[in-house]
Design a protein around this ligand. Structure first.
Ligand code: DGY
Length: 337
């Protein structure tokens, strides 16, 4: 199959300014052109040639450059041990993500390290992907796609390969923050009734109805979307009891974090006929996820791509640079966590 090339969004030209007075930062992953150009203009920035820098390589580069700031992603864990090994020059760690479960915030605070994230700018991209998963899981997109790539060859009968409607169904959102609200707005375009469960009732939740008890909501929802942050090492909110409480034939969609679902119980629900389907962008243990899910026809999988649009990634990178510039020029962080 021809491998179609998408336009190159990366630019790895090295800066020719070597001994500048600009703030010294290490960027752990290549970004879009716009972000890289700005990083080179405003910072003394190390930018890798590939996307493979591991934790040890990041620490070594920070040390080598006596870096003051780190621009990193959820692929780099800033646990207490790593934070203890940061060079003394380090003042800010700007994660290019809204989630920060890969960072030990208590250790960062104790070390006086400022931590920032990138809220808002990836809301629409992530909500779009959540809705893509809702539609793909409900309408058997994986099987249709596979059929076409295998050559198709005969019309299906009127009762074969049927999916289920999304329109006029009930959506249950767990976590009514920015992304949950954006998913709710999209659901209204599909005439869905929207329920949500949150630690407390949300403001500006539109026509969505708050359900204080999670299991009460799960009993009513045809589709459940996870849109809440995960605590490092926290227990799954969709545990076995919650999955068993779900309405029979429900669809589960996760664009938040894999640790929020008990995957063994989810697998059982998907294979014993209790759940209709799942759409999963995030998995426990990713990127080395439980491969049994890849063998299921009723699972639509994507590799943690919620914010993966040119627009969102450029805006996220811009936010990281804004935070690094603010803190390294002596100001307050814009998006502290
Ligand atoms: C986020 O921004 O948290 C995304 O899930 C990427 O990690």
């Amino acid at each position: 199959m021809p491998n179609v090339q998408f336009p190159n969004l990366y630019d790895n030209r090295k800066s020719d300014e070597t001994m500048s007075q600009k703030p010294r930062i290490v960027i752990t992953r290549r970004m879009t052109h716009a972000v890289m150009e700005r990083a080179r203009r405003e910072f003394d920035a190390f930018i890798p040639d590939d996307d493979r820098m591991d934790g040890e390589a990041v620490l070594a580069k920070l040390e080598e450059l006596n870096a003051e700031g780190l621009f990193f992603t959820s692929g780099t864990k800033l646990d207490a041990k790593t934070i203890a090994r940061l060079p003394n020059s380090m003042r800010i760690a700007a994660t290019c993500s809204v989630g920060y479960d890969h960072i030990d915030l208590a250790a960062a605070k104790a070390r006086g390290l400022v931590v920032t994230n990138t809220p808002d700018v990836l809301t629409n991209a992530t909500a779009d992907l959540a809705f893509m998963l809702i539609l793909c899981a409900s309408r058997r997109a994986f099987e249709y796609e596979r059929t076409m790539r295998q050559g198709w060859g005969r019309y299906y009968g009127m009762s074969e390969m049927l999916g289920i409607d999304v329109s006029n169904k009930t959506l249950g959102i767990i976590g009514m923050g920015r992304i949950g609200k954006a998913v709710a707005r999209r659901a209204r375009g599909f005439d869905m009734k929207v329920l949500y469960h949150n630690r407390k009732q949300a403001t500006e939740a539109g026509e969505a109805t708050y359900v204080a008890n999670l299991h009460d909501m799960l009993k009513q929802a045809d589709v459940v979307s996870l849109n809440l942050p995960a605590a490092p090492g926290g227990a799954p909110i969709l545990d076995r009891a919650a999955l068993v409480a779900m309405k029979p034939g429900a669809v589960v969609v996760n664009t938040a974090r894999g640790s929020l679902i008990d995957e063994a119980a989810l697998y059982e629900g998907l294979t014993n006929g209790r759940l209709y389907a799942a759409g999963l962008d995030v998995m426990a243990g990713e990127p080395n996820f439980d491969k049994r899910f890849a063998a299921l026809n009723n699972v639509f999988l994507t590799p943690h791509m919620g914010s993966a649009t040119v627009e969102a990634r450029t805006a996220m990178g811009g936010k990281c640079l804004d935070n690094l510039a603010a803190v390294l020029s002596g100001g307050a962080p814009i998006d502290p966590v």
